[in-house]
Unconditional design. Structure first.
Lengths: 244, 74
């Protein structure tokens, strides 16, 4: 009988190339390899698909234009004309998260976005960037953001701490939403895969369910990338226009 | 009480929070369907918001799940 494998083993980080600088461990891991692969694939996809620059797009160019249109529309609808200058940032975020989620679905690969440290890094960049933009644009008036408009003055001492707390929860919720969706999906697939082995001949039933689950996971991969991008746009709108 | 038993009970209790997501997701899509039947022309425009709402509600369920895992394996 083979040893039991935990469904959480797929999230383990393994060193591929041991490297130590000073006292710090900077080894090249399977996570690093996946992230490099994601960046290379996104760059190759976008450069090659747009190389023809056809007026009537072929298949690959259509996909690139779809992704571009999705992010550009989200920026325009949620931020307005000011949002245009932040398009490269939001588009990079969207493509990285999308391809990282999708590549993680390949069996035996590694899902980069299932680790809180990765998603928190992304969410922290968004949070810090948005706060810096808001303070740079509005100066001290930024703190009026925490008093929602139309609040009677006697409710303010209750509302302001709640608003401040919910502002600081934003990076946490962004990070946990993405990581937990990836962890939950992949763990479910691993658990049902163990059922397939355990049931022997009747294992085709969980197998059919895994096919459906994979479909759901592809949808979740797209959805989580889109939601991360749209929430970034919403936070940008709050920073640029405060409550108006 | 044995720490392992306490962990298992805690994880089980934490999973109850996922019920809220069932209510939330049902509300989001139920409202979308009923509004779409009243005004079919406006339905495709709102679909993006429906997906956004779904993902935000789903996130709440996953916070509960993450806490359950933290209790179980942390």
């Amino acid at each position: 009988m083979a040893e039991a494998h935990s469904p959480l083993e797929q999230f383990e980080v393994h060193r591929l190339v041991d490297m130590h600088v000073g006292g710090a461990d900077v080894s090249f891991t399977n996570a690093s390899a996946m992230m490099v692969l994601v960046v290379i694939l996104v760059t190759v996809f976008l450069t090659l698909s747009m190389r023809g620059r056809a007026m009537v797009p072929g298949r690959w160019q259509s996909i690139a234009e779809l992704a571009y249109g999705l992010v550009a529309n989200a920026l325009r609808d949620n931020v307005g004309a000011d949002g245009r200058r932040y398009f490269p940032f939001v588009f990079t975020l969207f493509m990285f998260i999308l391809l990282a989620n999708l590549l993680g679905l390949i069996p035996f690969s590694f899902t980069v976005t299932s680790h809180i440290v990765v998603t928190f890094a992304l969410a922290a960049v968004v949070f810090l960037g948005v706060t810096v933009i808001a303070v740079a644009r509005h100066g001290l008036k930024f703190f009026t953001y925490f008093v929602p408009p139309g609040v009677p003055i006697f409710l303010a001492p209750l509302m302001v701490p709640i608003e401040i707390f919910s502002y600081f929860v934003r990076p946490v919720s962004l990070a946990v939403r993405l990581a937990a969706n990836m962890i939950a999906g992949h763990t479910m697939i691993a658990v049902f895969a163990s059922f397939v082995i355990a049931l022997g001949f009747l294992g085709f039933a969980p197998l059919v369910f895994i096919v459906a689950l994979y479909g759901l996971e592809v949808l979740v991969a797209f959805l989580q990338a889109y939601v991360f991008a749209v929430l970034t746009c919403l936070y940008l709108n709050d920073a640029l226009h405060l409550h108006h | 009480m044995d720490i392992e038993a306490a962990k298992l009970i805690g994880a089980g209790l934490a999973t109850i929070g996922v019920a809220g997501a069932g209510v939330g997701i049902g509300t989001v899509f139920g409202h979308y369907v009923s509004a779409g039947i009243r005004n079919p022309a406006a339905a495709p425009k709102m679909f993006g918001n429906v997906l956004l709402g779904f993902a935000l509600v789903e996130a709440q369920a996953l916070y509960a799940l993450v806490l359950a895992f933290l209790i179980l394996f942390g």
